[in-house]
Design a protein around this ligand. Structure first.
Ligand code: MN
Length: 418
């Protein structure tokens, strides 16, 4: 099966989220977690941006093993030299050179002619190539560039030795169909296309970052640039967790695989959220607090009967311990009873009815019903007192306990979520 290279840019484009600047220690920790999860390439920063980034990229290059480490550079000699200076101790260094190719950027931002851009591309790739064999070239704003001009620029890059050609949708403007066509167009026409990896880099301005990346992979792109939690400039980048898990869950459609260990996703996501002070939205795919939580009675009942009814991803496969049910007035009696039984209550028919009626009345005006509230309602109905507090099973010795063997049963349905 074809493999897609996962290029993480959490520490470069991700850190360009407003307010997300991270300490060098936090950056190193995230790089090491990504390497442990077998990400292929870690873009560690843009060294020309600041002396602290130079130091941080160098530290990451020195310590990370098992993943390539990339640094970003404009086409200027000083940028490329700074990138190499930061990368030189890396086990597998990559210099990533970029130049804008849309007329909008060339005319208004760079004040450069298209001809000069082709020359600058070739010169920059050649300079980077003197330092290391792994050179990526990005045509910034590619999706708003003239396609035939892109062929010229990318051909100049491959002829100068570029090994990866990145086709960024810098402003999140493209659509899945259009992006797939562009990738196919370039793969057919760029000099030496068969010997380079085409890469995609997408943004979420129209909510299409992941969809666009998947479409481009379908058209033959074999590197995807993405960030943990989808953080990045403006509305963010393609989310690593969504693209990696999406490729895996629907490999029957995509026919590609990655090397990434998805069981590490939850931990990395939380680390990035803490380091950037950007909490993950609760309904975020894969890593959101609600991604494996079920609220309605019909769904909870289905899940109790067969996990496949309302989950397409095994939570453990993405580092989430288990499915959770949220108990509220939307919950069904099956889930409410199952949870009370898991906590340890035994109901006769009369107590069961009393408990369910009390639950229904109590839940009417609540957002959710917590474990403690559920225990109180069950105690009032059964007259029984509980032998141990719910949800703290790790602290309770299990020997001689009639719940042994159901260690996390009570946590399996966590109710207090506000
Ligand atoms: Mn970007």
């Amino acid at each position: 099966m074809d493999r897609v290279i996962v290029f993480d840019t959490t520490l470069r484009d991700g850190e360009q989220s407003p307010g997300a600047t991270m300490s060098p220690a936090a950056r190193l920790k995230i790089a090491q977690m990504l390497a442990e999860a077998r990400v292929d390439v870690i873009e560690a920063g843009f060294p020309a941006a600041s002396p602290i980034v130079v130091h941080s990229v160098a530290e990451i290059a020195r310590h990370v093993r098992g993943s390539s480490v990339a640094a970003l550079a404009r086409t200027t000699a000083s940028d490329i030299d700074a990138a190499w200076e930061a990368l030189k101790e890396a086990e597998a260094p990559r210099i990533h050179v970029f130049l804008a190719t849309s007329m909008l950027h060339l005319e208004h931002k760079l004040r450069m002619t298209p001809e000069a851009a082709v020359v600058a591309t070739a010169d920059a790739v050649r300079r980077a190539k003197k330092y290391c064999s792994d050179v990526e070239f990005s045509a910034e704003d590619a999706t708003r560039s003239d396609w035939d001009f892109l062929v010229k620029v990318f051909s100049a890059a491959t002829n100068a030795g570029a090994t990866t050609l990145n086709v960024p949708d810098t402003v999140g403007y493209t659509t899945p169909g259009e992006y797939a066509e562009l990738i196919a167009y370039l793969r057919e026409r760029v000099d030496g296309a068969e010997n380079v990896v085409f890469s995609v880099h997408t943004h979420d301005d129209l909510g299409l970052a992941v969809a666009n990346a998947l479409a481009a992979i379908g058209a033959g792109a074999r590197q995807v640039e993405c960030t943990i939690n989808g953080i990045g400039e403006r509305a963010g980048n393609c989310s690593l967790e969504e693209v990696v898990v999406g490729l895996h869950v629907r490999k029957d459609v995509h026919h590609v695989e990655t090397r990434f260990d998805a069981t590490k996703l939850q931990a990395i996501s939380q680390q990035v959220a803490r380091a950037t002070r950007m909490p993950v939205q609760k309904n975020k795919a894969i890593v959101g607090a609600h991604a494996f939580m079920h609220e309605s009675g019909i769904h909870q009942d289905g899940m109790l009967k067969h996990k496949g009814t309302y989950e397409i991803i095994d939570p453990k496969s993405v580092g989430v311990r288990q499915t959770k049910f949220s108990l509220s007035r939307n919950s069904g009696r099956h889930a409410v009873l199952a949870h009370a039984r898991d906590i340890g209550f035994v109901f006769d028919r009369k107590a069961e009815k009393k408990f369910l009626d009390a639950f229904a009345a109590f839940a009417q005006t609540r957002r959710t019903v917590s474990d403690a509230e559920l225990v109180r309602l069950a105690q009032e109905a059964t007259g029984a007192s509980l032998v141990r507090p719910p949800g703290r099973l790790e602290e309770v010795p299990s020997s001689g306990d009639h719940h042994a063997g159901r260690e996390f049963a009570s946590n399996a349905i966590m109710t207090s979520y506000t």
